[in-house]
Ligand binder design. Structure first.
Ligand code: NAP
Length: 261
C-alpha cells in the first residue's frame, strides 16, 4: 500500500535520512538553532533557502555551505518579505521542508510590559508562522512528501513559572497550530510536527553562560546537564525526512527530561 508521503527507502537504508533534491526554507537562520537547522538540512542534501535580518551572518552561512544554499535577508514580520520568500520558492517549483524557527522572547512580569512588546512577540513567533504556512500551502501540497516543522518550546507545554507570558502563549499556540494544520493537510500528504526544545546554548539564552542559570538547568533536567547545540540535529532531521513518514500532529520534546517529571 502506498500513499502520499510514504517512505520509499528500503529498510536500513541511509536514504531514509536524506533530502537530496528537496527544497527547504529555514526562518531565523542567521544564528542559534536556525543556523544549525540550515546546516543539517543542507548536509542531508537539500537546497536551502535561509532567511533572517542579519545579512552578514547569512552570507557567512552561505560561504560555509558552498553550493545549494540561497539567502534572503529580511524581517519575518514584514508581510512583503514573507511574500518574497514564497515567490522565491515558487520559482524553484517546490517546497519540501518548511522550518518555522524565527523566534524572540519577552521578559518581565506582564503588568510591566508594554502592549507593543507583547504584540511584537506574537508577530514574530505566531503571525509569521501562520502566514508562511498560508503562503506556501500550494507548494507543500504539491511536494511528494512535505514536512512542516514548527519550532515551539517546552514552554508551549508547561509554564516557565517566571516571566515570558507572550513567549509561552505563542509557543502553546504553535503546538496546537501544529495539530490543526496536521489535520487540515494530512489528506494532502503534508506532515506537520513541532520541536519543543528545552534550554539550548544560543543568543536567546545567553549561550547558557550564566553559572546560576546553567546550574538550574542541571537541577531541572533528568539528564542533569545542559545540551550541546548539535543535540538538536537528530530530532530536526528525523522530522524533516522519511524517517518520520508516519508521524504528524506531534510534538517532539528535546529537553533532557525537564517536562517528564
Ligand atoms: N535556545 C533555546 O533554548 C530555545 C528553547 C526553546 C525554543 N527555542 C526556539 O527556537 C527558535 C530559535 O531560537 P534560538 O535560541 O536559536 O534564538 P536566537 O539565537 O536568538 O536566534 C533567533 C533567530 O531568529 C531570527 N529573528 C528574530 N527576529 C526576527 C525577525 N523579526 N525577522 C527575521 N528573523 C528574526 C534571528 O535573526 P536576525 O536577528 O538576524 O533577524 C535569529 O536567526 C525560536 O523560535 C525559539 O523560541 C529556543
Amino acid at each position: 500500500m502506498s500513499g502520499p508521503g510514504r517512505a520509499a527507502a528500503p529498510a536500513g537504508s541511509g536514504d531514509l535520512w536524506r533530502l537530496d533534491g528537496a527544497v527547504a526554507l529555514v526562518t531565523g537562520a542567521s544564528a542559534g538553532l536556525g543556523a544549525r537547522f540550515a546546516r543539517v538540512l543542507h548536509q542531508a542534501g537539500a537546497q536551502v533557502l535561509a532567511t533572517a535580518r542579519r545579512a552578514d551572518l547569512l552570507d557567512q552561512l552561505a560561504r560555509e555551505c558552498g553550493e545549494r544554499i540561497e539567502v534572503m535577508p529580511g524581517d519575518i514580520t514584514d508581510a512583503s518579505h514573507r511574500q518574497a520568500l514564497a515567490r522565491r520558492l515558487e520559482s524553484h517549483g517546490r517546497l519540501d521542508v518548511l522550518v518555522n524557527n524565527a523566534g524572540i522572547c519577552d521578559d518581565g512580569p506582564i503588568e510591566s510590559q508594554s502592549l507593543d512588546d507583547l504584540r511584537q512577540v506574537i508577530e514574530v513567533n505566531l503571525i509569521s508562522v501562520l502566514d508562511m504556512c498560508r503562503l506556501t500551502a500550494a507548494l507543500l501540497w504539491d511536494a511528494p512528501s512535505a514536512s512542516v516543522i514548527n519550532v515551539a518550546s517546552m514552554y508551549g507545554i508547561v509554564s516557565s513559572r517566571g516571566p515570558m507570558a507572550a513567549y509561552n502563549a505563542t509557543k502553546g499556540a504553535l503546538v496546537n497550530l501544529t495539530r490543526q494544520l496536521a489535520a487540515q493537510w494530512g489528506g494532502r500528504g503534508v506532515r506537520v510536527n513541532a520541536l519543543a526544545p528545552g534550554y539550548f546554548p544560543t543568543e536567546l539564552t545567553g549561550h547558557l553562560a550564566d553559572a546560576d542559570f546553567a546550574r538550574s538547568i542541571r537541577e531541572h533536567t533528568l539528564l542533569a546537564r545542559t545540551p550541546a547545540l548539535e543535540e538538536i540535529d537528530g530530532p530536526l532531521l528525523f522530522l524533516a525526512t522519511a524517517a518520520s513518514s508516519y508521524m504528524t500532529g506531534q510534538v517532539l520534546v528535546i529537553d533532557g527530561g525537564w517536562t517528564a517529571v
